[in-house]
Write a protein that binds this ligand. Structure first.
Ligand SMILES: Cc1cc2nc3c(=O)[nH]c(=O)nc-3n(C[C@H](O)[C@H](O)[C@H](O)COP(=O)(O)OP(=O)(O)OC[C@H]3O[C@@H](n4cnc5c(N)ncnc54)[C@H](O)[C@@H]3O)c2cc1C
Length: 397
């Protein structure tokens, strides 16, 4: 089977490779938010159309015509060369595409450019102590007072809230409406008086997410996306972009290749793990899943090119498949390393700076974040396979 994209696209691939050969060494090692290297690299990628490729020029993007194969080639070549593909995060990956779909002209002009440039960092205020999987039960309230919303309530598990400049936040504005119709989608600055951020330490040992408390936080009335009470549709648009971004087959393939290398160097009783039949068998099972993920990705790609094909189901499985596969893959590396697999942080015996352990824990988080695996399975079975919907159990008063 010939899986190349044809001569025209191979020429484009050569252009990307030339860029990588000339500039690849500038790819930042320190990709921390707001680091000068990361911002400089981002600027260069946008100017050359290697990130923000289809975002219109008027909003700070490259202004290219959408072409799925060009985007795919760029992603493949950057992954193969192990280059930073540009900034991501909740603002760039989730909010920007949503604003392009449903934002006002003023919102697009105000927010998209600084966000894709990495100068405006966002966090996502969805989950609450009583609203996670059942997100529509959220109770943080926003009451209109003249030209301002007054917000009271609490969010939880808010990633990067401690660093964010702005938040996109779900609030209840119509308390008497059915729960899905009473929600609005607001944008506001994290420096607004009345916001308190308290860090939560996760199992990696870092405080990657937070609790965020709102006490009489005043937000200008026009900082709403879509109409009041229509925030649920906006929230779901954001979630679909989030789920799409959580199963990158190129990154998974790179990690699989790193696992194979590890199995060639780690030994038990003087024998390489790659030659051990049990571990080899486990490796092949993972390899099969990585291949399946790559072909599922190609199916999504071809359905986007040939609009008559329906890839809804193929898209629904990406988050479930991608996050669970990565977690299993990182976990296998930990098994292979034996007791060294249990070392962490500054232990001198730790391999690859502890990245296997860190990613194992990180991907456990991603199995939960953006909708848990159980919820993904419900969505796939009900909306993708047309199985009966699970009964709705009303919460007791
Ligand atoms: C690393 C990480 C980052 C996150 N970042 C953010 C963020 O930036 N912003 C934000 O708003 N939130 C964030 N979250 C929160 C995340 O969206 C929620 O944790 C997730 O939606 C699950 O909600 P919950 O934790 O309240 O669990 P619950 O909804 O209480 O679920 C508990 C368990 O019950 C299961 N369950 C619940 N309902 C059903 C059902 N109907 N059928 C079958 N099983 C069910 C779940 O699968 C889960 O196993 C993050 C979470 C993690 C782990």
């Amino acid at each position: 089977m010939d899986l190349s994209f044809g001569p025209e696209y191979e020429e484009f691939r050569q252009t990307v490779r030339s860029f990588i050969a000339e500039h690849g060494e500038k790819s930042p090692r320190n990709a921390a938010l707001r680091s000068p290297e990361a911002l400089q690299w981002q600027k260069m990628l946008i100017e050359n159309g290697y990130t923000a490729r289809t975002i219109p020029k008027e909003y700070g993007g490259y202004g290219g015509t959408p072409n799925m194969l060009h985007s795919r080639i760029i992603a493949e070549e950057f992954a193969d060369a192990r280059l930073n593909p540009g900034l991501g995060g909740q603002g760039i990956s989730m909010l920007v595409p949503t604003l392009l779909e449903v934002g006002t002209q003023a919102q697009k002009e105000q927010f998209i450019k600084p966000t894709i440039n990495g100068e405006m960092i966002w966090c996502q205020g969805y989950s609450e102590p009583g609203a996670g999987s059942d997100l529509a039960s959220l109770t943080t309230s926003a009451v209109l007072d003249g030209d301002e919303w007054i917000i009271n309530g609490q969010k939880i598990w808010t990633s990067t809230a401690q660093l964010a400049d702005w938040i996109f936040c779900l609030v209840r504005t119509e308390p008497d409406a059915p729960k899905h119709r009473g929600i609005s989608f607001l944008l506001f600055e994290m420096s607004t008086p009345g916001i308190e951020v308290r860090p939560l330490i996760d199992m990696t040992g870092a405080a990657n997410f937070n609790e965020v408390f709102f006490t009489d936080v005043r937000v200008p009335k026009q900082q709403i996306v879509a109409q009041r009470g229509e925030g649920w549709a906006v929230a779901n648009a954001v979630l679909s972009h989030e789920r799409d971004s959580l199963g990158n087959p190129n990154a998974t393939l790179l990690r699989l290749n790193a696992l194979i290398e590890l199995m060639k160097t780690e030994t038990v009783g003087g024998n390489r793990l790659i030659d051990h039949p049990v571990y080899r068998d486990r490796l092949m099972q993972l390899q099969g899943r990585v291949m399946a993920m790559r072909f599922n990705d190609l199916r999504i790609l071809s359905s986007r090119l040939n609009k008559d094909q329906d890839a809804r189901l193929a898209r629904m499985i990406v988050k479930l498949q991608g996050t669970e596969l990565r977690h299993d893959l990182e976990g296998m590396a930990i098994d292979i390393m034996g007791e060294v697999g249990l070392s962490y942080e500054d232990n001198p015996y730790t391999r690859s700076g502890g990245s296997w352990q860190n990613q194992y824990m990180y991907f456990l988080g991603l199995i939960i974040g953006g909708g848990t695996s159980q919820i993904q399975k419900n969505i796939i079975s009900e909306r993708g396979l047309d199985l009966p919907r699970e009964p709705k159990i009303e919460k007791s008063a």
